[in-house]
Design a protein around this ligand. Structure first.
Ligand SMILES: Cc1cc2nc3c(=O)[nH]c(=O)nc-3n(C[C@H](O)[C@H](O)[C@H](O)COP(=O)(O)OP(=O)(O)OC[C@H]3O[C@@H](n4cnc5c(N)ncnc54)[C@H](O)[C@@H]3O)c2cc1C
Ligand code: SF4
Length: 364
């Protein structure tokens, strides 16, 4: 049996004291981890992928509210559950793209437990990462990456390195990236704000490090800027996956359009999930749409630009080459869906999956 200490935190300051040293610590105390819903961390502990010596339970902290900000934006508490966030009236009204992305993920039970902060920090679903019987540079730096010459179906086509080709599996984060969210954190050194663009990192030569968050930094909230005028009416989240529900994205697209009365695009947002170590966005591709009629031809140009650096990984039947054309077509389809108008996504529809999967079946 592998023992660990369980430390409930009564206040943010206490949690920051209790967390102690991080992974790599050689002290007898070992390293600590915050635990929220536990839907990812406990799985990793059961699989022996992560072995924290201390779990600091942050659930008692008052970080579960969702409230309007004075600038017209919205603050999502780090401990607000994914389900409560997706169904919150202010999210449904102002940020339906975020609601749709959250509801495309996991299952109703998991979304009831999963927290917003934990969603950002969930780890890759690379099969080899979870299998402690094989090497993995993310789990054991320097040990190798079997995915590169193996099964890479869920893996990256953009931004990969020779060390790691893993993807970030979150749906919520793809929408947060499209919406320019900002992550608020606290540590013993004080508070800081991290733009979503800078929160997750590419693997490079250090694939064991997923984000720019320090070990002792606690996420307190995720802030959304005021929504652009047209986004609430013209947004869509399209998720393509192997199973109709309860499966991670092969490719997903968060798309939002602000369209003028003249039919020309004033602003566009396109973020991709399932294709890189972080949600993928390219302002150049979005700029190609600005001033253009919102048309399939313009969408196809933007999609081509967005995928211009894409490279297949894996070998033989394990290759993910299919994801490159799939992602291009998914971008076009998601933009067409956004143009047609946001579909209200207020019902928990795990059984019929109308909102997320009909679209998926139509796309590639
Ligand atoms: C079967 C299954 C299917 C899933 N399918 C999907 C899917 O399709 N799409 C999708 O997006 N997700 C999916 N998920 C993942 C799920 O969304 C995440 O497991 C969940 O969001 C993690 O949140 P949590 O609160 O349970 O995090 P925990 O497991 O408690 O923590 C995860 C990590 O975050 C850290 N952490 C948590 N909160 C904070 C904080 N406030 N500050 C600093 N660190 C913190 C923890 O230390 C830990 O490292 C699935 C999960 C399962 C088990
Ligand atoms: S892709 Fe990354 S996580 Fe997967 S085996 Fe390679 S190093 Fe490990």
């Amino acid at each position: 049996m592998i023992n660990f200490a369980y430390l409930p935190a009564s206040a943010v300051e206490t949690a920051l004291e209790q967390i102690g040293p991080g992974p790599g610590s050689t002290t007898a105390a070992g390293f600590g981890k915050f635990i929220a819903g536990g839907t990812n961390l406990l799985d990793l502990m059961k699989e022996n992928v992560m072995r924290p010596a201390r779990l600091v339970d942050i659930n008692p902290l008052a970080l579960n509210s969702i409230e309007a900000l004075p600038d017209g934006g919205l603050r999502l508490g780090a401990l607000a559950r994914n389900a409560d966030t997706a169904y919150h009236p202010l999210v449904q009204r102002g940020y339906p793209l975020l609601a749709a992305a959250i509801l495309a993920g996991a299952s109703a039970q998991i979304r009831n437990m999963a927290s917003n902060g934990g969603n950002l920090l969930q780890r890759t679903r690379c099969y080899y990462f979870y299998d402690t019987g094989v090497p993995c540079n993310k789990r054991v730096p320097g040990s190798g990456c079997p995915a590169i010459s193996g099964l890479a179906r869920l893996h990256a086509i953009l931004g990969a390195s020779e060390q790691c080709i893993a993807t970030h599996p979150s749906d919520m984060c793809v929408a947060l990236r499209a919406l320019d969210a900002v992550v608020q954190v606290q540590s013993p050194r004080g508070g800081r704000a991290i733009a979503m663009a800078d929160f997750h990192r590419l693997p490079g030569g250090q694939p064991d490090i997923d984000t720019t968050l320090a070990h002792d930094e606690l996420i307190t909230s995720i802030d959304l800027p005021p929504p652009a005028p047209g986004f609430a009416a013209h947004s869509a989240y399209l998720k393509l996956r192997d199973r109709a529900s309860y499966a991670f994205a092969l490719v997903s697209v968060a798309a939002a359009l602000d369209i003028g009365a003249d039919g020309l695009v004033k602003e566009a947002r396109i973020a991709l999930g399932g294709v890189a170590h972080k949600p993928w966005r390219d302002p150049e591709a979005e700029a190609l749409l600005v001033g253009q009629p919102a048309s399939p031809a313009a969408f196809a140009e933007a999609a081509k630009h967005l995928l211009r650096g894409a490279q297949a990984q894996g070998v033989g039947p394990g290759s993910n080459a299919f994801k490159i054309p799939m992602a291009q077509r998914a971008v076009v389809r998601a933009l067409e869906m956004a143009l047609a108008g946001t579909v209200a996504n207020t019902v928990n529809n795990d059984n019929d999956n109308d909102n997320d999967n009909d679209n998926a079946e139509d796309a590639p």
